[in-house]
Design a protein around this ligand. Structure first.
Ligand code: 5GP
Ligand code: MN
Length: 321
């Protein structure tokens, strides 16, 4: 059973420790933002801290302070695994089951360090010693602010603040999802007071696309959108050939899945992206239709009620069917 009382952890962290932070596969804004936000807080406290990601992530997340210190497991397996095994404390952020850490799954299961999960996904797996899990939180980044409070501290600087702001902003759909609460805005107010420039964070994430990416979005909406009004459903698919045509880079389809929901009466949207050997699926919904359950039942995936992902081993056509 994972502990939810952090009193002993607070004592343990009152002396300098070797700490590692990991987040989920194909990290998003919340995974990188919460990890680097926590990194700056723990460094400020005098700990020795290393952030490790299972694999690479889009360029629009690489502006965050501390990004240059992140070690990728994919391509640096031995080094990354040694860093994890060497840590006394391992923070697992923005995921709640070891398989979401992809290539790091075995290392996570076998390493005997003290493990702390901070996460907001449903149905957490109790693989950790300490767990701060709140499915009502719009982001893991928001929970890092709460974690600092539980440790008797505040977020110390604007470096940490900018990373947390990015995590909150991206996971809350720029503050428009129902999971955004007055607590979210109070936390964001604290971050702005530290000197975080919200317009700069927004521009760094959303206004740094390549021309190809914008044209790809146009193509997806014009040529590839399939609307099934009778079912309140619309989806977009993209093949390997089409990716090549638009010089696809990691992250270029990020956010595209949200557009079909802007059609009145559409409350379920999906995208199917062909990759080497699998189809990557993303699902979004408005209201009661639970895409976490849908992704778990049909696509070996999971996520939240209104945002989830998964995979398929069938062809693109069969997957759509
Ligand atoms: P996205 O569609 O942006 O890749 O993911 C949306 C949400 O679903 C995120 O919260 C992400 O963590 C979760 N998610 C995406 N893919 C998977 C998957 O393969 N398995 C599980 N369990 N969750 C996923
Ligand atoms: Mn998240």
């Amino acid at each position: 059973m994972s502990k939810t009382d952090f009193t002993e952890l607070k004592k343990f962290l009152s002396t300098t420790r070797k700490i590692a932070i990991v987040a989920h596969k194909s990290p998003d804004g919340d995974a990188i933002g919460s990890s680097l936000g926590l990194y700056h807080y723990l460094m400020y406290k005098g700990h020795s801290v290393q952030v490790i990601m299972p694999n690479d992530y889009p360029t629009f997340l690489k502006w965050m302070p501390g990004n240059d210190k992140i070690v990728l497991h994919e391509g640096n397996e031995q080094n990354a695994e040694a860093l994890i095994n060497d840590a006394e404390v391992l923070f697992c952020l923005d995921f709640n089951t070891p398989s979401r850490a992809f290539g790091l799954e075995e290392v996570l299961r076998k390493s005997d360090n003290l493990k702390v999960m901070i996460d907001h996904h449903p149905q957490p797996d109790g693989f950790v010693d300490y767990m701060l899990s709140d499915t009502s939180s719009c982001s893991t980044a928001q929970l890092i602010h709460r974690f600092a409070q539980m440790m008797g501290d505040k977020i110390p600087n604007k470096e940490s603040g900018a990373c947390l702001y990015c995590g909150i902003m991206t996971d809350s759909g720029n503050f428009r999802f129902p999971s955004v609460t007055s607590e979210t805005h109070r936390i964001v107010a604290d971050l702005l007071d530290l000197g975080v420039k919200h317009d700069e964070v927004y521009n760094s994430v959303h206004n740094t696309s390549s021309e190809h990416r914008l044209r790809l979005l146009g193509y997806c909406l014009d040529d590839k959108l399939e609307v099934h009004s009778k079912y309140g459903t619309a989806f977009i698919s993209l093949s390997l050939d089409e990716k090549k045509r638009f010089r696809f880079e990691k992250g270029d389809m990020e956010g595209t899945v949200n557009y079909p929901l802007s059609i009145e009466g559409i409350n379920f949207s999906a995208i199917f992206i062909e990759a080497e050997g699998l189809i990557k699926c993303s699902f979004r919904s408005i209201g009661d239709f639970d895409v976490n359950l849908f992704a778990r039942a049909h696509f070996d995936g999971g996520g939240h009620r209104n945002a989830a992902g998964g995979r398929s081993d069938l062809s693109l056509e069969e997957t759509k069917k």
